[in-house]
Design a protein around this ligand. Sequence first.
Ligand SMILES: [Zn+2]
Length: 345
Amino acid sequence: MSPDPQVVCYDCMIKASAEEKGISIAAAEKQRNSALRTTNLFIDHKMKEYLSFAPKSDFEDLDEVNHILKYVTNVWNTFDIKEKDRMARKKEEELIVIFENVKMNWSYLIEAPPQKRNNPCRCGSGKKYKVCCLIREENEKAELEKWKRFDSWVIRKGMALLEESEELNLVELFQFYCGKKRAAEAKRYGITEKDVEEFNEWLMNDYFAPDEQTPYVLGRLLAKNNLSGDERKLVEGRIAAPKSVYLVTFIKKGTGALLRNFFDHEEVFVYDQMMSESTQPGYAIFVRIFTAGKFHLLSGGHISYPPAYLNEKLKEILKAYRKSGRTDGVNSFLRHNGYIFGRLL
Ligand SMILES: [Zn+2]
């Protein structure tokens, strides 16, 4: 609980909003109403979309409503205030078109009870579950483990390459990565394990040598040509994946979570058991997601933040992006500058 609880009445809230935006109270009230209209329309549209996906004519019970509503609200929260303002000025027909393009991962939300081995398989093949989808599920699990093993192997090769490198001055790079202030603090108080982990993650995935367009370590791993086909795919997956800011929209405990990117609104299911146990839906994380075959995996450690904490940081990132003059999207911008914001988060 806040040590200084504030009770704000509706009138005060509208007045504060008007002052902040430099508009009249009537205009602020109108803006608030159209924002509410947009939010309600989004929720309504997506709840109906879920019912037609399920498919069913109505929700089973209040728990199901809450479950779906929580997901829909989390997805809505990945749109920043400016985007919502722009939407609030649009007509209902235009909004529906926009909302239809917000892709939802409904299938992850439908929790089917476990199947019995000798029962007819739910997929409708007419075969028993144990000789049908159970085999597919077990193959998938084995494939996921295979990709995780490849990734550990690739990381070991990358770390070995870093240790052998005579070109790199790791002390200077650490100072560059941390920034002067934190490097001085590290010198005084010692380097924490988390610092080292973050630094390695950056060195491995996001450090660019001058005038190079591919991250140093990943580029050299590819050039060495001693990778298997699948390991090569993994390295390419890492090259394509900058560290970015995601919102946890849904968690499947013990398996992974749906994460939606704040900047391009793409959403993927990430297989990471540890993260699924240690974060909450509605929280934000600054993390790298890379593809491994048909799976999405998380790179390095992660910390999750309440979204309110993150709003200011998102603003800073967007401001820096606009200032950079780049037009290739915030995620590409973060590929080269993400470490700065990694320090801020
Ligand atoms: Zn089946």
